[in-house]
Ligand binder design. Structure first.
Ligand code: TUI
Length: 316
């Protein structure tokens, strides 16, 4: 019998090796508690209406679940230092970090007994994080939504797995049991899923955001922001296409591009605004319905177990 569990489950005290992505403005107490209650690891994003708002989400989440809970810290945020301190005060025990190196906070977090799991997009950074004391790494391929690196999941995961001794969580393009099984085949100890959870009943994005995800096809996403050194994958919309056009015109000043994109994710998540940035991964086209987070977690794991059981018979 196949039963998907791994060393990451024991390390973090979770039933299933499934992380919910720490999606900026999206990953709140409601979604995180639903994922944790389903046996995965729910994460709250540090990108919200300020440090105190994130603190409030952590406290709210604890009222909704007694299961392990993580916080994702976006290191490029102006209040990253404040957040780094606040999570220690709140007794958070699991952190993921994105968009930079958390090395400067590592001693403080280790002292507090926190499991630190940086998101990396290359072997070099994975090794640097392991040397800095990371407990695991999320290796995130460029199929994912939001801020992306250069490598894609298929070559990234095995190379990171070969390079480090700590557990590797695969992210980027994983949306159902088949993708999850593939990630485990590549050597991952767990998966992280963002885009599919945008359609969770407990996910509080604007209904327009969910509608756009449900309508997406395989070719619905675009990467913009490369010229700013900050590539971001989002749904193709008149807004993101205008952004891409501004970028490709050498006459557009960088400040104008920055100003155009500023605050766009919040506008999409909270207002369903047409000038919003609807960040989503390449697998948006595979998201077909709105359903409870528990159904999604179970579909990922039970689906992976099913594919693993049946795959050998396809090649007999
Ligand atoms: O962080 C992400 N994805 C994100 S953050 C985000 S918030 C945002 N808001 C408005 C505009 C743009 C973004 C949306 N999506 N993923 C984790 C991740 N981290 N992917 C890649 C990396 C990464 C990249 C470079 C990690 C480290 C790094 O460099 C480290 C160094 O050496 O400094």
């Amino acid at each position: 019998m196949i039963m998907i569990r791994s060393r990451i489950c024991d390390m973090l005290g979770i039933r299933y090796p499934v992380f919910q992505g720490g999606m900026a403005w999206v990953a709140d107490a409601s979604l995180a508690a639903a994922v944790s209650n389903a046996g995965g690891l729910g994460l709250i994003s540090s990108i919200n209406a300020g440090t105190e708002a994130v603190r409030a989400q952590i406290r709210k989440c604890r009222e909704l679940t007694d299961k392990p809970l993580g916080v994702n810290i976006m290191l490029q945020a102006p209040n990253a230092g404040e957040i780094a301190q606040m999570v220690v005060e709140e007794g958070v025990k699991i952190l993921t970090t994105g968009a930079g190196s958390p090395a400067q906070y590592m001693p403080m977090w280790k002292e507090a007994g926190i499991k630190v799991i940086p998101v990396v997009a290359s072997v070099a950074l994975a090794l640097k994080m392991q040397a800095a004391g990371a407990d695991a790494v999320v290796a995130e391929g460029a199929e994912s939504g939001g801020h992306v690196g250069e490598l894609h999941t298929m070559p990234l995961i095995p190379q990171v797995v070969d390079a480090v001794d700590i557990p590797v969580i695969a992210a980027g393009g994983i949306c159902d049991g088949r993708g999850a099984a593939a990630a485990f085949m590549l050597g991952a100890d767990a998966i992280q899923v963002g885009t599919r959870f945008l359609s969770a009943e407990e996910c509080n994005v604007h209904p327009e955001y969910k509608e756009k995800i449900l309508k997406a096809t395989d070719i619905s996403t675009i990467v913009t922001g490369k010229s700013l050194g900050h590539p971001v994958r989002s749904l193709k919309t008149p807004f993101s296409k205008t952004f891409a056009r501004m970028e490709s015109d050498p006459a557009t000043p960088q400040e104008d591009i920055l100003a155009f994109g500023s605050g766009a994710l919040r506008k999409a998540v909270q207002e369903g605004d047409r000038n919003g940035s609807y960040m989503a991964g390449e697998c948006a086209g595979m998201v077909k319905r709105i359903e409870p987070a528990k159904t999604i977690v179970e579909d990922l794991i039970l689906g992976a177990e099913k594919v693993m059981r049946s795959v050998a018979s396809r090649f007999e």
